[in-house]
Design a protein around this ligand. Structure first.
Ligand code: ZN
Length: 334
């Protein structure tokens, strides 16, 4: 269910690659070396569909020819310059092919233009501080609506888990756009397999409680049961206990944060804007994205939106691109 205002203002509950493309343009020598050394993720080498078990956002080093890798690490001292040059050229060609694939995918999905590619992840994750107006306390996880960064990136987060649309994954995969899910067991459990598939594709899945209750109406024990219980479900169904928890409706109190910390939660990401198929609801007065903004949307479809999840993605990506923003991977920053 949507919260229609800036969660960051809260207190109470409501009911790379322009830069990268430019770098891709400099396909010779130092330009390419800079990209190689940055550890940038490279799109998958083909549109090979969902059968691969490899995570999508592999470090670039995993993709480039080993002579180059070895040389950069100082391991293969005997590597010859022509080998490196050949590897760099092959790498540059792969980048060009990857961009061409994304351009074609953007057309297929009827985007106005190809989405901007996110810059390389930060080498050091930023130190998080709780958004002003939110609850802070010793040992409590920070509550955030944006990630501290100067990069023009936003983060796509998708809640609940009712709609399980394979086209969403196809679209994001072909455009190389990351997404983070926050799953509520009551709707996700009908088919956790869909979310396992998403996770295999590199889309991280996090905790959104079991029964989508408004946390601050529950006592602490009930909150703990909701949050820890969903940690158990996630571990059983997806093989890991998430570090991120988003309270349903963005509603929480101090007991929520205590319970979350007890359940192994390290960050409570709320959101700065919400995406729908026909609009973006900006939480900020200037009605724009800001660097590091977390964007909320939902696993929803025709029944509730009278439109598809892919329509929502199109709306969001076009708005981001218009404003010069790329969609980056939240887990690279948190
Ligand atoms: Zn929700």
């Amino acid at each position: 269910m949507p919260a229609r205002r800036l969660a960051g203002m809260a207190g109470g509950p409501p009911p790379a690659v322009t830069a990268r493309l430019r770098r891709y343009g400099a396909l010779a020598g130092a330009g390419v070396l800079a990209v190689v050394c940055s550890g940038v993720g490279l799109p998958p080498p083909s549109d090979a569909g969902p059968s691969s078990d490899d995570p999508r956002w592999r470090p670039l080093a995993a993709e480039v020819a080993s002579p180059v890798n070895g040389a950069f690490r100082g391991v293969a001292q005997r590597v010859q310059a022509p080998d490196i040059a050949r590897s760099l050229q092959a790498y540059a060609q792969e980048l060009q092919r990857a961009e061409a694939r994304r351009g074609a995918a953007a057309k297929d999905w009827k985007l106005r233009r190809a989405p901007l590619r996110a810059p390389a992840p930060p080498e050091k994750k930023p130190k998080l501080t709780t958004e002003p107006g939110h609850i802070v306390g010793e040992g409590l996880p920070p509550v955030i609506v944006q990630v501290p960064t100067d990069e023009k990136v936003i983060f796509l987060t998708v809640d609940d888990g009712e709609e399980k649309d394979p086209a969403l994954l196809r679209m994001l995969r072909s455009l190389d756009i990351p997404m983070s899910g926050f799953l509520s067991d009551e709707v996700a459990r009908a088919d956790y397999g869909y979310f396992r598939e998403a996770q295999r594709e590199g889309f991280a899945m996090h905790n959104h409680a079991i029964n989508h209750r408004q946390m601050n109406t529950l006592d602490e024990a009930a909150q703990r049961a909701e949050i820890c219980g969903q940690q158990d479900n996630m571990e059983r169904e997806l093989g890991h206990r998430p570090k991120l928890f988003r309270p349903p409706y963005g509603a929480y109190d101090e007991a929520t944060l205590r319970a979350a910390a007890d359940c192994g939660i390290e960050v409570v990401p709320l959101w700065a804007s919400e995406a729908f198929p026909d609009r973006i609801e900006y939480g900020r007065a200037d009605k724009k994205f800001h660097p590091g903004d977390i964007v909320l949307t939902h696993f929803r479809g025709e029944a509730e939106w009278d439109a598809a999840m892919t329509d929502m993605v199109r709306r969001l990506v076009d708005a981001a691109t218009d404003q010069g923003f790329a969609i980056a991977r939240l887990e690279d920053y948190l």
